[in-house]
Design a protein around this ligand. Structure first.
Ligand SMILES: [Zn+2]
Length: 404
């Protein structure tokens, strides 16, 4: 009797373990549901149904109107679930994006050794990000079905991440209930904590010259192609294109698309350049965009036709995603690190160069770290799910959701 009692007492103290076989079945079921950006209704229904079966009351599940604000439109907004806590503590938010990249439509997931892959050679798997969705759902399901004690929780299943982070950009923050710690599952190793990300700006450049006959009246023309060449030369020699380093500030700038001109016998009057710049320092990011604008302005001013007339340059630059950096002692970082350590792994703190939903969550004032869930080679037909890593991710998820 004494032994049994003691065993029970130890079990009660031990952190809860999720049913890992069931978690694997869940992620496979999720990967079978097509759901590219803007067409997330079917996968959202599946998530809602899974939560309802686990005992979440219908009134606790809402959908916001992010898709109505998104420039891309879309079938549905973000799915948001709010659960009152059974123990006191700051509200925690667990999130994952619902959409996959288009290449994952047609995925037929099967187990191959220690991985799940798609047997359809033309499709990706969609582990990005159905493995993240499965981590969050598994945590919620375990908590509700087993009545595990937990602090107040918000679950956020976001839409349109792959398209440009529109779901979290336009999320209805008021519906989230003021979480103080948040985790976003979207990535590979379960020991990884992405706590910083670069921000990005778009660059849309229009260079207008003056058209004229290239053979008969070249002096009347101002070539927009020459203007583009001068501007690019200026940026490259000035150190504002490619990798950018100014003291302790770093960033990147890339003019990726150039178009213009219709005939060889015409002085070209219009060139468009499209590009992007990135930096984890918001002021430096703005500075890069300004330097691009200046270089284009100088190029426009330096060319004239025979009457002294010039062309013009216009640069439009929008924030595409916001940079953020969470300190080591920020609760969502420190608590995740402790949970990862409690599972025998060494946490890795990372900065990503790419954009994540966490960029917008942090911008909205919700400190959000991104964690791994076993995704390998996303956005390609080589994509696979590392089962061991995914299941570790589920264990991390449950510990964080129960206050571990
Ligand atoms: Zn993703």
């Amino acid at each position: 009797m004494a032994i049994t009692k003691r065993t029970r007492a130890i079990e009660a103290l031990a952190p809860p373990e999720p049913d890992l076989d069931r978690a694997l079945d869940l992620v496979v079921a999720l990967m079978q549901i097509p759901g590219p950006s803007c067409r997330e209704a079917a996968v959202a229904d599946f998530v809602r149904e899974t939560l309802r079966r686990a005992g979440v009351p219908a009134a606790a599940i809402t959908t916001d109107r992010a898709h109505e604000r998104s420039p891309a439109g879309g079938e549905t907004g973000n799915l948001i679930v709010k659960l009152p806590g059974t123990v006191r503590g700051p509200r925690r938010l667990l999130m994952a994006h619902l959409d996959t990249v288009p290449i994952c439509v047609g995925c037929r997931p099967v187990r191959r050794g220690d991985d799940i892959v798609s047997v359809n050679p033309a499709s990706g798997l969609g582990a990005d990000n159905r493995s993240g969705v499965a981590v969050v759902l598994t945590a919620a399901r375990e908590i509700l079905e087993r009545k595990l004690p937990h602090p107040p929780l918000t679950l956020l299943f976001s839409v349109q991440e792959e398209l440009g982070l529109f779901g979290t950009r336009f999320v209805d923050v008021k519906k989230l209930g003021g979480p103080q710690l948040a985790w976003n599952w979207d990535g590979r190793g379960p020991q990884r904590i992405t706590r910083a990300a670069t921000g990005g700006r778009t660059l849309d450049i229009t260079l207008r010259g003056i058209a004229s006959h290239a053979g008969g009246a070249p002096e009347r023309g101002v070539s927009a192609i020459a203007m583009a060449g001068l501007a690019i030369h200026d940026l490259v020699t000035g150190g504002w294109h490619g990798e950018i380093v100014r003291g302790r500030h770093t960033g990147t700038c890339n003019l990726g698309i150039i178009s213009g001109g219709e005939a060889t016998n015409v002085v070209t009057d219009l060139v468009r350049l499209t590009g992007e710049c990135r930096s984890d320092d918001r002021q430096f990011l703005d500075r890069i965009a300004r330097e691009v604008e200046r270089a284009c302005g100088r190029a426009a001013r330096s060319l004239r036709n025979h009457k002294g007339r010039r062309g013009s340059a216009e640069v439009v630059s929008d924030i595409e995603y916001e940079a953020f950096r969470l300190a080591d002692d920020e609760p969502c970082v420190a608590v995740a690190a402790a949970a990862i350590r409690s599972l025998g792994m060494e946490p890795e703190l990372l900065t990503t160069q790419s954009a994540l939903d966490a960029n917008w969550m942090n911008f909205h004032g919700i400190p959000t770290a991104t964690l791994g869930a076993g995704q390998v080679a996303g956005h390609s037909v080589e994509e696979r799910l590392d089962i061991g890593q995914f299941q570790q991710g589920c264990r991390v998820g449950l510990r964080l959701a129960t206050g571990g």
